[in-house]
Design a protein around this ligand. Structure first.
Ligand code: IMP
Length: 497
């Protein structure tokens, strides 16, 4: 006979935290959000930690090198998506590791034959007003000029006017050699009263752009995620099919941690992949696995050597797994059960295996709840897709700016490896949708706001660290009637001005 759970599975919105005693020491500026990323033995320090408990989802519409840098600057970590060629994914990893703070690889480029209309489209999509003109229209091409909004007047010029006719030509640009330091670049920017300095190599190919505003901004990042050589930390998604080729390439490119990206992790495929990595690289290479939603799944992956375990099936914003296949579990229930299993495993073996709650974070307070329920960190897709730094297009829909966001199981992503159960190399049906999410501005501003709420709630619970929150949190289920009470009610809202 089938096994029946006694309780329904629940999600974050069905719970609230009940405040505990907070002393005068409990102030948000004293809260540490540092959290382990990979397994460690009792009494030892984890080989990898992050400064904030947030990582970005292994998705085409979320985690590329640009988002990875922005998140590492705030103390988190991205897992660059694996649903691309091994070469392209490795190149993204390399770009993060090569990234020099303040030195930007131009992502808005045109060729001289393109038109004013193309420039306006790119500016609208990326929000960037400085566009590099290169021979082939690509980031590392031979630099022929720069276009900024000072070079054109939309009302006076034809949309099909060629870029070559109105760009500021290379001969008239202030530029510098690729080896210029950030301090030197900044001095040149100030001496010549310019906003952007292109750095080129001996072949006149564009290597970096240095912006006036980035120099000041960089000085303010105190809690970055960096390795021993002060390069940003970055993770990479892998699958259970081509790991023998993908893993060596990603490690060679400099990936700091890997994660098997799969919709269902309680499988022999994951064990085979973990065995391969541990056999070939021992303990040096850190790799997470998942996703699971119960204690059994957790223990299987922990025993198989996973360095962290990811939780969540069916709760993602773009996910239709539950309606397509009828599998999954309410995210809160899954986290609570797996956290209990993680603690028991630690008691028995002395090995702490961090757990990550993946997907279904809708409100900022869901992050605090996930942590309080036992998650060591959370993975978010929809949340990060809304920001300037995500890889997708910003579009204007009926007067509101939106960003594209599509699932890895959608026909658009075609990530069949994520859903692979040993079948054909194709998606036989979709498990994700292609959608839009409201554009929300910069990653830095949003992450800081979210975390200020997390810190504040932690203080209400009398906790200055995540383990303290997990030990002290008092969590209550809420009735559907009191959920209504949770928002503004019985008032008529004034217009938001
Ligand atoms: P979100 O933060 O609610 O948007 O959820 C993001 C998570 O959804 C990812 O980290 C994946 O675990 C999961 N996911 C990504 N693409 C798909 C899909 O196409 N179908 C189902 N789940 C997906």
């Amino acid at each position: 006979m089938a096994f029946y759970y006694e309780e329904p599975s629940r999600t974050f919105s069905e719970y609230l935290l009940v405040p505990g005693y907070s002393s005068t020491r409990c102030i948000p500026s004293e809260v540490s959000l540092k959290t382990p990323l990979v397994r460690f033995a009792r009494g030892e320090e984890p080989a990898l930690s992050i400064q904030i408990p947030m990582v970005s989802a292994i998705m085409q519409s979320v985690s590329d090198d640009r988002l990875a840098v922005a998140l590492a600057q705030e103390g988190g970590l991205s897992f660059i998506y694996g649903s691309q060629s091994i070469e392209d994914q490795s190149e993204m990893i390399r770009r993060v590791k090569r990234y020099r703070a303040g030195f930007v690889v131009s992502d808005s480029n045109v060729s001289p034959d393109m038109t004013l209309q193309d420039v306006l489209r790119i500016t609208e999509q990326t929000g960037h007003s400085t566009i590099a003109v290169t021979e082939d229209g690509k980031a590392g091409g031979r630099l022929l000029g720069i276009v900024t909004n000072k070079d054109y007047r939309v009302s006076r010029m034809e949309p099909d006017m060629k870029v070559s006719e109105f760009m500021t030509k290379f001969e008239d640009l202030i530029y510098a050699d690729e080896d210029t330091t950030l301090k030197e670049a900044n001095d040149i920017i100030w001496d010549h009263k310019i906003n952007c300095l292109p750095l080129v190599n001996k072949k006149q190919e564009l290597v970096y752009l240095v912006f006036r505003k980035d120099y000041d901004r960089h000085k303010k990042n105190e809690h970055e995620s960096i390795d021993a050589s002060k390069r940003y930390l970055v993770g990479a998604g892998i699958n259970t099919r081509d790991y023998a080729e993908r893993v060596p390439a990603l490690l060679e490119a400099g990936a700091d941690v890997l994660c098997i990206d799969s919709s269902e992790g309680f499988t022999e495929w994951q064990k085979i992949t973990l065995d391969y990595i541990k056999k070939n690289y021992g303990d040096k290479v850190k790799v997470g696995a998942g996703n699971v939603v119960d204690a059994e799944g957790f223990r299987f992956l922990a025993d198989a050597g996973a360095d962290f375990v990811k939780i969540g099936i069916g709760g993602g914003a773009i996910c239709i797994t539950r309606e397509q296949k009828g599998i999954g579990r309410g995210q809160a229930t899954a986290v609570i059960e797996v956290a209990k299993a993680r603690d028991e495993y630690y008691k028995e073996t002395g090995i702490y295996v961090p757990i990550c709650s993946d997907g279904g974070i809708v409100h900022d307070y869901h992050v605090t709840l996930a942590l309080a329920m036992g998650a060591d960190f959370v993975m978010l897709g929809r949340y990060f897709a809304r920001f300037d730094e995500s890889p997708t297009k910003k579009v204007n829909i009926n007067g509101s700016y939106m960003k594209e966001y599509w699932g890895e199981g959608s026909a658009r992503a075609r990530n069949w490896q994520r859903y692979d159960m040993g079948g054909d190399k194709k998606l036989s049906f979709e498990e994700g949708v292609d959608s839009f999410v409201p554009y929300a501005g910069s990653l830095k501003d949003n992450v800081n706001l979210t975390l200020s709420k997390v810190r504040s709630t932690m203080c209400n619970c009398g906790a200055l660290t995540i383990p303290e929150l997990q030990a002290k949190a008092k969590i209550t289920l809420v009735s559907s009637t009191s959920i209504v009470e949770g928002g503004a009610h019985d008032v008529m809202l004034r217009d938001k001005r």
